[in-house]
Design a protein around this ligand. Structure first.
Ligand code: NAD
Ligand code: DAU
Length: 339
């Protein structure tokens, strides 16, 4: 895998993946294609400026001409596809961009990658395509897809397209499905970075419903090591689940953050629940452990402490991404939840 095309490399997980690839594989080049939506920041990879093995291309995965030309002109061994609209709450406000990028964009990329005869295509998906668990059980790769939000429905649709290209054309694609990531550079609209940055500013933290919903947390570096393993060792046509074996209720996360940041519980604000809020996600990642030799390594308490430190040390990044259009989105979102 000497020449990689990464989509969405200016986002949270994609930028960690690009950093890891360039650090771990000295003879590898990475082209990062990103549309720089509100969630994408070139700044996330500023440390790579001038690196001869890294190139940034500003563009949209739904732009067929651009994608066809890029894949025709530059021979890539593999494509790792992160680019997506990724936030459930935004998909409840407007599902249009989710269908456009996550479904149509994936189709454009699949067609161009197939024509370019890439050796491997890794489609980065999510455990949310499986729907919601009750109090017990785990998602396995055999769990039927039952997406509940427009976001997860668009990701499940893209998974089905990828699956169909393998079955119809023997296209060498693998699908990865991971649980909730946390770590540096996560856009502060998601639970952990939103709560860290709000608490740092002594602002309230809005808990949806009763705070009893459960997520399975994994450090972004563990997720990216899993994607790397799927890229190099994954069998075409297969799905690999990744998770942190770290189930926590949203209230547990909130209390931990209050303790680590030394803030009072009076900053907790209960707000209206997310419509269709999935109760619990939890991943069985034994297939990836068995077949890819991967295992999650970061201990949650340590990863969370490091993440808090990162946000403390990068307040310029945070205030920039939290300003302007984001502020407006956040205020509208929470005004409607308080109403
Ligand atoms: P993110 O929102 O932080 O980043 C998405 C990136 O994609 C941004 O850089 C954005 O500019 C880019 N992008 C969006 N639309 C584009 C388009 N049309 N063309 C080109 N680039 C475009 O997302 P993330 O949290 O880093 O998630 C990355 C991937 O991982 C997504 O596919 C998501 O579904 C999946 N995933 C995320 C999590 C999680 O916990 N965050 C867990 C499992 C899977
Ligand atoms: O499971 C993987 C998925 O995890 C990814 O596919 C998504 O891209 C990613 O956004 C994430 O989805 P969630 O909806 O689980 O993440 P979010 O951080 O938005 O919410 C986590 C939990 O916290 C969820 O139960 C809703 C709750 N929540 C979230 C926010 C933003 C709150 O209680 N208050 C909040 O303000």
């Amino acid at each position: 895998m000497k020449r990689l095309l990464v989509t969405g490399g200016c986002g949270f997980i994609g930028s960690e993946f690009v950093r890891q690839q360039l650090a771990n594989y000295p003879d590898q080049t990475v082209v990062n294609l990103d549309a720089l939506t509100y969630a994408g920041n070139v700044e996330n990879l500023a440390a790579l400026e001038g690196n001869p093995r890294y190139e940034f291309v500003h563009g949209d995965i739904t732009d067929r001409n651009l994608i066809d030309t890029l894949l025709k002109d530059k021979p890539f061994d593999a494509v790792v596809h992160f680019a997506a609209e990724s936030h459930v709450d935004r998909s409840l406000l407007d599902s249009g961009p989710f269908v456009r990028t996550n479904v149509l964009g994936t189709q454009v990329l699949l067609d161009a990658s197939r024509a370019a005869k890439v050796d491997k295509f890794v489609h980065v998906s999510t455990d949310e395509v499986y729907g919601s668990l009750g109090a017990t059980g785990l998602f396995t790769e055999e769990t039927p897809l039952a997406p509940n939000s427009p976001y997860s429905a668009s990701k499940a649709s893209s998974d089905m397209l990828v699956r169909s290209y393998f079955h119809s054309f023997h296209f060498p694609a693998v699908i990865t499905r991971c649980s909730n990531n946390y770590g540096p550079y996560q856009f502060p609209e998601k639970l952990i970075p939103l709560f860290i940055t709000n608490l740092m500013a002594n602002e309230q933290v809005p808990i949806y419903g009763t705070g009893t919903n459960v997520r399975d947390w994994i450090h972004v570096s563990d997720h990216c090591r899993g994607i790397d393993a799927a890229l190099r060792k994954g069998m075409p046509g297969e799905v690999y689940n990744f998770g942190g074996r770290c189930e926590k209720t949203n209230m547990e996360i909130t209390l931990l953050l209050l303790e680590l940041l030394e803030k009072p519980q009076s900053l907790i604000r209960y707000v209206a629940d997310r419509p269709g809020h999935d109760l619990r996600y939890a991943i069985d990642c034994s297939k990836a452990e068995r077949e890819l030799g991967w295992t999650p390594q970061v201990v949650f308490s340590e990863g969370l402490r490091d993440t808090i430190n990162w946000y403390r040390e990068n307040t310029t990044w945070t205030s920039r991404v939290k300003s302007g259009a984001y502020r407006q989105y956040y205020q509208q979102q929470y005004a409607s939840r308080l109403a």
